[in-house]
Design a protein around this ligand. Structure first.
Ligand code: ZN
Ligand code: CU
Length: 488
């Protein structure tokens, strides 16, 4: 903006150590913001601004992009504190085959759709309705939305314990096409889960075919992440090749004690495949997973923590073995009595977690579950844990590399235009933090604690998190396919 012939910026952040998101070494620079974009980067001493932040000693980075979330509903009606408190400014919702739209329900949502809300929350018959509600709500972060395969199946099939018929596939293809036309950026599957486990590979191929003409991407919570993880990877790669679309392997992991160490093999397999087709992957920085409470899973995992229970809400936050002992039951029977419920499973190896995080193509995604009573700490801690614990304290990679995996790499893979880096003309999604003190505070015992060291967070030029709390601003935008989002 010009006032009296001199440049007058809305905001000037002075003297910060700038990490531009591209992974290069940091440098000292001032950053000026006008409206919703970065107006200038460099030595801006003497420039006029409505607000100036002296940021000596602090790091300034592009706002983080949480590529793997279940914030479909939280971004609509919540304050997004779990995310903005970490420096996250954009979220990708609709992962793992479950999206809030397009679906209306006559009864309770079947697991895992219940992770997103109850019957009344499934109120968007079309994706266009959902995205317009998001447009109106604003949201504290930007949102890019995927369409879930399980959501489509529950909407199109009377029962989901079988393959979809030709007519059902045609109906789902039509709906998926409408969703993409409305602005969904892609299609996710959760083949591990009951509503989609009976879907043969051909069904997913037929649906994924719809993506290419519009430029959508495919993300997958694979059929298996333990004993049959290599077959599951083959299936995901085959779907991508068939439909000629980029595939994101969600929360890349190897689960189950017998498979510990196998990330060396699965990452090598991913790399070989990626030489011939577009692939991506994301991970969260913890050796424990979390989802709905599944009996077989609960029986096998070394340790299980209950995150919520409809039947016994008083048990959330407790160890399943303790509950079982109190009830005089075995784990299986206790898990049965808690249903419907959610859990954390301590079933990964720290060495695998580190190898996957250190892999240069790995993006960071929290996989946080915002409606759980006693959530996995990844909901509030994933990003600062990568910055403070894995980059600074453990030394897995330099800070600039940690930041790249949560900004420019993610924006490129998900096609988020003009986000994920700091440069003149890019959107002013920014996070100011103290690199010496940034760290996750959320733990398995006390999971709802904001991270330390995050000073201020800006979305489209507006402050959304300052002095340890949300400002209440909702400047977030929907990043629609072909507009704010353009998957490669
Ligand atoms: Zn998942
Ligand atoms: Cu997920």
């Amino acid at each position: 903006m010009q006032e009296g012939g001199l440049p007058m910026f809305d905001l000037l952040i002075c003297g910060a150590t700038l990490y531009d998101g591209r992974g290069g070494p940091p440098r000292l620079a001032d950053v000026a913001v006008d409206g919703d974009y970065v107006a200038a980067v460099g030595d801006l001493g003497g420039a006029e601004s409505r607000r100036e932040i002296k940021a000596e000693g602090l790091a300034l980075a592009p706002g983080f992009i949480d590529v793997h979330t279940h914030d479909d509903r939280a971004v609509l009606d919540g304050d997004m504190a779990p995310k903005i408190s970490q420096g996250v400014t954009s979220v990708v919702v609709g992962n793992c085959g479950i999206s809030l739209a397009p679906l209306t329900l006559l009864g309770a949502p079947p697991p895992p759709l219940d992770l997103l809300g109850g019957q009344a929350d499934y109120r968007f018959a079309s994706f266009a309705d959902y995205l317009s509600a998001l447009d109106r709500a604003g949201g504290a972060t930007n949102t890019a939305a995927m369409v879930g395969h399980s959501t489509l199946r529950v909407g199109a099939m009377e029962r989901t314990d079988r393959a979809a018929s030709a007519a059902e596939i045609a109906a789902m293809r039509g709906r998926l096409q409408d969703c993409l036309a409305a602005g969904a950026i892609g299609f996710s599957t959760g083949l591990f889960y009951a509503p989609s486990a009976a879907a043969p590979t051909e069904e997913i191929m037929a649906l994924a075919e719809v993506l290419k003409p519009l430029g959508g991407i495919h993300t997958t919570h694979m059929r298996d992440e333990s004993d049959h993880v290599t077959e599951a990877l083959d299936e995901a790669f085959a779907i991508g090749r068939h439909a000629e679309v980029p595939v994101v392997i969600s929360h890349f992991k190897v689960s189950g004690r017998d498979n510990w160490g196998r990330s060396a093999e699965t990452l090598a397999k991913w790399r070989r495949a990626a030489a011939g087709q577009p692939l991506a992957l994301d991970a969260y920085p913890y050796a424990a997973s979390s989802t709905v409470l599944r009996i077989e899973y609960a029986a096998e995992a070394p340790q299980v923590l209950i995150t919520w229970s409809k039947a016994h809400p008083e048990q959330s936050g407790r160890d399943l073995d303790e509950i079982a002992r109190e009830w005089g039951l075995d784990r299986r029977a206790a898990a049965e009595r808690l249903q419907p419920a959610g859990a954390v499973y301590f079933s990964m190896d720290e060495g695998d977690v580190r190898r996957i995080l250190a892999f240069p193509e790995t993006m960071i995604g929290s996989d946080g579950l915002p409606h759980d009573q006693h959530p996995h700490p990844r909901l509030w801690g994933a990003f600062p844990r990568v910055l403070g614990h894995y980059a600074r304290d453990v030394g897995l990679f330099p800070l600039e590399e940690a930041i790249r995996r949560m900004t420019s790499l993610s924006a490129e893979r998900f096609g988020l235009v003009d986000r994920g880096h700091i440069a003149e003309g890019a959107f002013a999604d920014l996070v100011l933090f103290d690199p010496a003190t940034v760290i996750d505070s959320a733990t398995f015992a006390d999971p709802k604690r904001p991270a330390a060291g995050i000073k201020e967070v800006f979305v489209n030029g507006e402050s959304v998190w300052a002095e340890g709390r949300p400002t209440g601003a909702r400047p977030g935008r929907v990043l629609r396919l072909g507009q704010g989002a353009r998957p490669a």
